[in-house]
Design a protein around this ligand. Sequence first.
Ligand SMILES: NC(=O)c1ccc[n+]([C@@H]2O[C@H](COP(=O)([O-])OP(=O)(O)OC[C@H]3O[C@@H](n4cnc5c(N)ncnc54)[C@H](O)[C@@H]3O)[C@@H](O)[C@H]2O)c1
Length: 287
Amino acid sequence: MGTTLKGRRALVTGAGAGLGKAYAIALAQAGADVALCDVNDSVKAVRDEIRGLGVNCWAKVADVAKKKHVKAFVDGAADKLGGLDIVVANAGVVRVTNPAKDDFSKAVDDFEFMMDVNLRGVYLTGRAAIPYLVENGGDLINVTTDHIHTCGWPETHSHDDAQLCNWKDVQRSAVGGPGFDVYDASKWGIKGLTNAWARSLAPHKIRVNSFGMGATATPMYLGFLGGRPPAPGVMTPEGVAGVLVDLITEGPNGRTGDCVQLWAGHPTVLPPPMLDGILCAADLARA
Ligand SMILES: NC(=O)c1ccc[n+]([C@@H]2O[C@H](COP(=O)([O-])OP(=O)(O)OC[C@H]3O[C@@H](n4cnc5c(N)ncnc54)[C@H](O)[C@@H]3O)[C@@H](O)[C@H]2O)c1
């Protein structure tokens, strides 16, 4: 058990499995008290596991797409933990889409499903939690994807560390995948919320960053593969969660408005701020 985050109060959505579960455990291992939600009641087993680590942990079954669920979860978390300092808006879903072939009904259904959980869920979580963060400052982390910048230009750091980078030494615009129009739109929307919130909440000492990862061995990714072998260099949820803790540990003077990106095949470490974080810092310095 570490003590880096002792006394901090964290909330994680989608914590019943995969990355959310790993974030919750890593935050608890660093000493934080944690509140968890998930649409699946597997979150109760995660709660019991975390209580075994000796921190305060509370969990609620809640759907982040539903405003009443989110408000009850966030208010309940603040009540049970005595406030909030760290919010990880992680819950997300993916479906593969094909704009050339999908019929209109599937297209609309996919849009509503992914936008509701991914974008609306992050919005509701953030807006319900911000009034608590405003009290003492803290961290708001919105989970995106590596499709925001796919291992290439315009990131501000090199890819010399990459075991696997198709775009190493190639200038390439930020792109997503061909089967991910709605998924990527939802995640790019989260980037928009992150940038605006970073600027508006900086005076309240709230850091807001987006946190996007490439292939990570979770039920989502393994389900997507459907038995195919994972990408070489696939990341572990625990490795990615360690980077999340490092981002929070930067403290009040750390980056804000950044788009932290981790790629399979690269070392799973906190990268230096990318262009978004650098520009946000410059804006705040001018203000
Ligand atoms: N695993 C990857 O390779 C990868 C890559 C890029 C981004 N991500 C993002 O990371 C986040 C977590 O992904 P994961 O791989 O752990 O997924 P996962 O499917 O393995 O786990 C997601 C958890 O969120 C829960 N959840 C789903 N919908 C919910 C809702 N409406 N309300 C509350 N909880 C809900 C699920 O029940 C599940 O427990 C997602 O936002 C995903 O888009 C994952």
